[in-house]
Write a protein that binds this ligand. Sequence first.
Ligand SMILES: NC(=O)c1ccc[n+]([C@@H]2O[C@H](COP(=O)([O-])OP(=O)(O)OC[C@H]3O[C@@H](n4cnc5c(N)ncnc54)[C@H](OP(=O)(O)O)[C@@H]3O)[C@@H](O)[C@H]2O)c1
Length: 280
Amino acid sequence: MTDHDFKDRVAIVTGASSGIGRALALRLAKEGARLALAARDAERLGALAEECRSLGTRAVPVPTDVGDESQCQRMVGQTHAEFGRIDLLVNNAGIGVGAKFEELSDLALFRRVVDVDFYGTVYCTYYALPHLKKAQGRIVNVSSLGGRLAIPYNTSYVAGKHALMGFSDSLRMELADSGVSVTAVCPYWVATEFHERFMNKEGRPTGQRGRALYTKRTMTADRCAEIVLDAARRRNREVLMFPGGIGLWMKLIAPSLVDRFIVKAFMGPAIRRVSAAKRT
Ligand SMILES: NC(=O)c1ccc[n+]([C@@H]2O[C@H](COP(=O)([O-])OP(=O)(O)OC[C@H]3O[C@@H](n4cnc5c(N)ncnc54)[C@H](OP(=O)(O)O)[C@@H]3O)[C@@H](O)[C@H]2O)c1
């Protein structure tokens, strides 16, 4: 693969049916990458594959629940059978639950979030790795600032994304001589369906009011996809989007202060914006 384009390379994008994954698929299609599009919503994947094909490339929808190991194995096998190689694996599928840990009635939702946000990446990576090694390819794990800096009311999401960062760091070292790179990307908020789908403690999605978290300045999915692909191209180890770098430095110096800031100045206003949207 040249350092500058993904033309004719074979890419798997998980979580491709919406948001950042969809934007990644369209950008990759424009560059001429051949695509396996994975998520659960077969109808959306079919329409996206059609859109990618209309951009002049090959794309196949592969409906997959990444929380299920056997489905990940099948998806990777299908991709290899279809295209004969795998150059890029973007582990992007993700979900979240917003609730106090003690308010969860049982641990099923917690486990589900970790299954999708962490094990989904582990499963896809495990089965794609032999092919990626042959192609000296790239693994990109879409994490979150929550993977480096904890926030409250998101224990499963933060735990899953922290695990993802540890997995990425460890695997990168193991693969140092293999030609396969591991890039972890930690976005701040991106305007997608993520916070509409974000579940409460009963597993019900927030709905349209989840969008109240976003402002005009919130990053678009397409801009995020551009950053993700540039990092993959350069085989960067990690991308920590603003204000993650400042937060991490501050946490080294004054961790309790950062905790208080996150609770009072960050989460408080965010929760109030969503609650106000509920009342309107
Ligand atoms: N938006 C943000 O503010 C933000 C910030 C930091 C990090 N991120 C991360 O960015 C990634 C992409 O999220 P997004 O913002 O683009 O949200 P999104 O619009 O909700 O997209 C999430 C994608 O994940 C897929 N997905 C969910 N559960 C799945 C499962 N079990 N198996 C396969 N696919 C599944 C969804 O498709 P189906 O429903 O069709 O399966 C969808 O395509 C996530 O990992 C998220 O944690 C987002």
